[in-house]
Every structure is written in structure tokens, then in C-alpha cells.
Ligand binder design. Structure first.
Ligand code: GUN
Length: 290
């Protein structure tokens, strides 16, 4: 039977560890502050930002939450970021994505002071990750790495196959696990939509990381026995047997893949809960990087 990688439990442990770190910082008179900007009223983004805010309050750091109407101009967004860049009480800045179409996301991300870029999306921090220099690792990849470490899954010389090449998950997790460093040093393949036969690659994976946003794309026939499966997908599908009429599934067909796996993350309760914990870890790290 596969080990179920319990992200909810690990995230709760990390929350306690971070709360203890915050207490130590407080004895030095330091109270970290995370500044969060939400543009518009997308319900999913509102939930994410509210949860980030709550996590901050729970562990005793400050959170400055600003929500602006979707009609805000790009210049106004840049002005808010600029104000936070110059505010010494702000340790970390997060602009929730996606932004409305009339705002250039890249321009906004580039405007964030790389030292306060706790999302790790600024090209300077992306470059530092690729070069193996100290940086902010984006939160979902960092959460995956932490889960692999805490479940003592050895990656050195193992074939990690990443399905998906997003800037938020696919590319950074590949760049992280390929580094010659402890708990990494993997042989990494990134697969994407141009792969003529995805299964050809996934079947060779010792560790399979699925981050494409296609419900239950990876089937039992696509993996080998003993694979470690990290499922980043969060997809809502119709299910008339549920009161809500829907349920969440990952990018992996859990029921059929789990019996072949040595370890697997469930959806929900796997990678998802780790992301906010890692955001706050990055925010505390911003104090040390200073
Ligand atoms: N939207 C979805 N995921 C993320 C994330 O990790 N950071 C930000 N800023 N926006 C997001």
C-alpha cells in the first residue's frame, strides 16, 4: 500500500515551527509584515488571500491586506507596489495573480523589490534559482520539496518527471530538484503539451510531479510500480453523487494510481496546504536575507 503523503499534517507542523520562530523574532523586536494586494473579486483569489491573511494572524505576524476594484489602472498598481518596496516595515510583498487583462503582469512582477518577492516570481529570483544561488523559491515547489524531505524520499540520481512547464510550478520545481545539493541532485525531465506520447516519459519516472490542470490525466497505465506521485492539480469536476454537484480531483487518477505507487499525495490535502505555509516561511526568510 502506498504511503499517503499528508500535506495537511505537515503544513500544521510547519505552522507551529513558524509560530515559534516568530516568537524568537519578537524577542529581538522584529514583527514581520506581509503585504497582500488583490485586484478584483475573483472568488477563488479572495479565498486564497483571506487564508494567507489568516495564517499570518494565527502565527503572530502582521498582514496588510489591500483589495482594489478591477478597474484600477496599471500605474496605480505600480504605485502601491512602489510604496511597499520603500516601506521598511513591509518584509514581503505578494500580488495575487491573475491580474485583470489590462494590467501587464510581467511589468508588475518586475516592479517588486526582489528582496521582498516572497512569491519568488521576479526574474532576478528565477535566475538565482537556476544558478543555484540563495533566493526565494516559489511556494508550491518549495512545499513539494519540503514534503519530499519530510517523508525522506531520496532524489539523488532518481528520475523525476515533471508534467507541466508553468512558471509557478513546473519550471521552478525542475530547476530546484536538478541542483547538486542535498535532497535534490535528480535527473529531471519536463514534459508538456508537445510530447507526442506523454506515457513514454511518465512510465520511466521514479518520482512523478503532475502540474497541468487536466483532471485525472495520469492513469495507472502511465506509471511504473513503486512510483512516488506528487499531484499538484486542483480541478473541480461534476459529480452528481455529491450534494454540491462537484468534487475536487487532481491531475492523477488517484484510485487507480495509488495501488501502484510507493507514496502519493491526495487531492485535497496533499500539496495544497503546503503552499501558504511556504509563503510565510519565505516571509520570515526575508528578515534573515536582509
Ligand atoms: N495565484 C495562484 N497561485 C498564486 C501564487 O502562488 N502566488 C500569487 N501571487 N498568485 C497566485
Amino acid at each position: 500500500m502506498a504511503i499517503i503523503i499528508d500535506g495537511k499534517k505537515v503544513a500544521a507542523e510547519i505552522k507551529n515551527e513558524l509560530a515559534a520562530e516568530v516568537q524568537v523574532l519578537k524577542t529581538r523586536g522584529i514583527v514581520p509584515k506581509l503585504a497582500l494586494l488583490l485586484v478584483g473579486s475573483d472568488p477563488a483569489s479572495e479565498v486564497y488571500v483571506r487564508n494567507k491573511h489568516k495564517f499570518c494572524i494565527d502565527i503572530g505576524i502582521e498582514s496588510l491586506q489591500v483589495q482594489k476594484d478591477a478597474s484600477i489602472t496599471e500605474d496605480e498598481v505600480l504605485a502601491i507596489v512602489n510604496e511597499w518596496n520603500n516601506d521598511p516595515t513591509v518584509s514581503g510583498i505578494l500580488v495575487q495573480l491573475p491580474l485583470p487583462k489590462h494590467i501587464n503582469e510581467t511589468k508588475v512582477l518586475l516592479s517588486i523589490n526582489p528582496m521582498k518577492d516572497v512569491d519568488g516570481f521576479h526574474p532576478e529570483n528565477v535566475g538565482r534559482l537556476v544558478a543555484g544561488l540563495p533566493t526565494y523559491v516559489p511556494c508550491t515547489p518549495l512545499g513539494i520539496w519540503e514534503l519530499l524531505k519530510r517523508y525522506e524520499i531520496d532524489l539523488s540520481g532518481k528520475h523525476v518527471v515533471v508534467v507541466g512547464r508553468s512558471n509557478i510550478v513546473g519550471k521552478p520545481i525542475a530547476n530546484l530538484l536538478v541542483q547538486k545539493q542535498p535532497n535534490a541532485n535528480a535527473i529531471v525531465t519536463i514534459c508538456h503539451t508537445a510530447a507526442p506520447d506523454l506515457s513514454h516519459y511518465t512510465k520511466d519516472a521514479d518520482v512523478l510531479i503532475a502540474a497541468v490542470g487536466v483532471p485525472e490525466l495520469i492513469k495507472a497505465k502511465d506509471v511504473k510500480d513503486g512510483v512516488v506521485v506528487i499531484d499538484v492539480g486542483v480541478n473541480r469536476i461534476n459529480d452528481s453523487s455529491k450534494e454540491s454537484g462537484t468534487r475536487l480531483v487532481g491531475d492523477v487518477a488517484y484510485e487507480e494510481v495509488a495501488p501502484k505507487a510507493s507514496a502519493i499525495t491526495p487531492v485535497p490535502g496533499g500539496v495544497g496546504p503546503m503552499t501558504i505555509a511556504m509563503l510565510i516561511k519565505n516571509t520570515l526568510q526575508s528578515i534573515n536575507r536582509k
